[in-house]
Write a protein that binds this ligand. Sequence first.
Ligand SMILES: Cc1cc2nc3c(=O)[nH]c(=O)nc-3n(C[C@H](O)[C@H](O)[C@H](O)COP(=O)(O)OP(=O)(O)OC[C@H]3O[C@@H](n4cnc5c(N)ncnc54)[C@H](O)[C@@H]3O)c2cc1C
Length: 282
Amino acid sequence: MTFARQRLRHEFAVRHVTVRRVSRIVPSIVRVTFGGKDLDGFASAGPADHVKVFFPDHQSGMLVVPTVTPEGIRPPESGTPIARDYTPLAFRPAADGDPAELDIDFVLHGDEGPASAWAVRATPGDVVAIGGPRGSQLAPEGIGRLILVADETALPAASKWLDAVGPSVPVTALFDVADDSVSAYLPAAVAGRVDARWLSRASGLSDPSGASPVEVALRALRPIGEDTFVFLAGEAGTLIPLRHYLRRELGLPQEQVVVSGYWKRGVVALDHHAPVDPSDPD
Ligand SMILES: Cc1cc2nc3c(=O)[nH]c(=O)nc-3n(C[C@H](O)[C@H](O)[C@H](O)COP(=O)(O)OP(=O)(O)OC[C@H]3O[C@@H](n4cnc5c(N)ncnc54)[C@H](O)[C@@H]3O)c2cc1C
């Protein structure tokens, strides 16, 4: 089976948006709802789309962004942008007098990163800028089964995958989370149609070989049929043995297994285009 996926291109824009609402979805994740005229024309059609969120400098309050010109993207004349990648979870276009809104879920992991430090203090009226998405890659047609492996940062992408494939496709989701409190993330209606396993890192469990709970759970899903599509995203180091198992031990082709490092322990602003396993790039 081939997993041909349609790609859509979007005109690149940097949009200034204002925080309208903030809600704690689970203790470690905050949902920020942005609004503003600039959201007109925003589009995101792919489950793993991402935007660049530009944050103000926490000391000066200055928000530095590149400029989009007919000739291309021009870097700012002064200052360095502070930007990180995020999943545009839900976009609601303006309708019946209600303005457009965009939801983004931020994992709170402390103050060592500007994005997390901003999100924990986000308040209605705060302004950030959002660049992209530049394009969307749609879910493949005709998937027989979907396997999702996600940590907290990829829960928004996992939600979008569930929407993208619809209720007719059986989904098994392995969620690699800090503790049991995160399992309240999925709304009940969504949680009811997915075989979700919440694997708590706090349990400290690993099997005698040293494999993590998520690796043990993934290995237990065997056999993985040729119509099964697998999406894995989260901490890059955690993904290395999972990718190795799927691609090298099972020999699944690249188009059947998408592996995306969303962050890496000890690395600031990970470039997610870099190979997850530098010793075994695709
Ligand atoms: C395509 C894509 C989509 C993404 N979507 C989302 C999303 O929807 N929601 C979301 O929360 N994140 C998402 N991420 C991950 C997010 O971009 C990173 O976690 C980012 O590093 C956070 O920036 P920061 O400024 O908080 O930390 P950074 O300044 O980048 O890093 C500072 C330190 O914090 C550590 N760190 C970074 N993230 C985490 C974390 N989650 N837990 C623990 N330590 C961490 C780093 O290893 C580093 O040591 C996505 C990433 C990609 C590539």
